[in-house]
Design a protein around this ligand. Structure first.
Ligand SMILES: NC(=O)c1ccc[n+]([C@@H]2O[C@H](COP(=O)([O-])OP(=O)(O)OC[C@H]3O[C@@H](n4cnc5c(N)ncnc54)[C@H](OP(=O)(O)O)[C@@H]3O)[C@@H](O)[C@H]2O)c1
Length: 289
């Protein structure tokens, strides 16, 4: 891709495929990408949120196409990539962002629940990155692959073992692909949001049988994390755009979160202490709400 002074890669007219582009981080990223001139293909299972995002982009003069489908359907990834190439002539970047959470102890999850979360968050995401990379290599064009992991790809929490495992595995795949594709012009990045105000927690509550009480506080922030760690999806979107302009290995929106991951890895007793205090905070909040 051509370079522009100061801003990094010029993204004008480049195409970007975003899975889960109807809501939350995916929608905010699509909107932010359209604002810097990218042409969007957004996907998801529900038509309505996709059309809402596409309409917002069109209102601002951007280009956004919609593809409706489940990422786990056989051939879905090839179809999404084909559609992007057919509409825009090429696929320049892909954000494998579709995913969801379950909040329950591993022993309480059914085999089907375990398979499903790995299928959506990991297998389908990796397959999309793979299919997109092959298309970029075939076309002899540079490109950028991004996988939406999480801060929970770096450590786990009680009731989030399954979710964080999918994100840890996706982080490893991105890292490995980054090295494997070195020298081809294809960049690979993993994205590590901290708690972000989206539909994620309502979905996680539903997927877990709402067994943990309210997932949202009265002000709409997720009970999942202390309020100071809750960010809007636009913050992740801006960080993703910066990464598209200047590719980097990992996308973070908070230095504190990143630092915490390092400390937890180096000093497990500190991790346990923070975890215990988090569990107490959640209990306190759920009894007073
Ligand atoms: N919110 C957070 O605190 C947070 C933190 C770290 C990482 N993340 C990650 O960020 C990504 C986006 O989540 P979000 O926070 O923006 O939540 P969200 O608003 O619930 O977005 C998830 C998107 O994924 C789509 N999706 C889910 N399952 C799908 C499937 N089987 N096939 C196709 N599309 C599917 C959903 O659309 P449909 O339902 O219409 O299919 C939805 O648009 C996820 O990978 C999540 O794990 C979120």
């Amino acid at each position: 891709m051509t370079r522009r002074d100061g801003l990094g890669t010029d993204l004008t007219d480049k195409s970007l495929l975003v899975t889960g582009g109807g809501t939350g981080i995916g929608a905010s990223t699509a909107i932010a990408a359209a604002r810097v001139g990218m042409r969007l293909m957004i996907t998801g299972r529900r038509v309505e949120p996709l059309e809402r995002t596409a309409a917002r982009i069109a209102d601002e003069g951007g280009v956004c196409e919609v593809f409706v489908g489940d990422v786990t359907d056989a051939g879905a990834n090839e179809a999404m990539v084909d559609e992007t190439v057919s509409r825009f002539g090429a696929i320049d970047a892909v954000f494998a962002n579709a995913g969801y959470g379950i909040e329950k102890p591993v022993v309480e999850a059914t085999g089907e629940e375990i398979r499903r979360i790995f299928d959506v968050n990991l297998v389908s995401a990796v397959d999309l990155l793979r299919v997109s990379a092959l298309r970029m290599l075939d076309a002899g064009r540079p490109g950028h692959l991004l996988g939406c992991a999480s801060i929970l790809g770096k450590f786990t929490m009680p009731d989030y073992g399954l979710y964080s495992s999918t994100k840890a595995a996706l982080t490893h795949v991105c890292r490995s692909m980054r090295c494997e594709l070195d020298g081809t012009g294809i960049a690979v990045s993993s994205v590590h949001p901290v708690t972000t105000k989206t539909e994620f927690f309502e979905v996680a509550g539903r997927e877990s049988g709402d067994r943990h009480g309210p997932v949202l506080r009265a002000d709409g922030t997720p009970t999942h994390a202390p309020k100071i760690f809750v960010q809007p999806p636009e913050r992740v979107a801006d960080a993703v755009i910066r990464c598209l302009r200047r590719p980097r290995a990992e996308v973070w929106t908070t230095f504190t979160g990143r630092l915490a991951c390092g400390i937890f890895e180096l000093l497990p007793p500190i991790y346990d202490m923070v975890l215990r205090s988090e569990i107490r905070r959640k209990k306190r909040e759920s009894t007073t709400s």
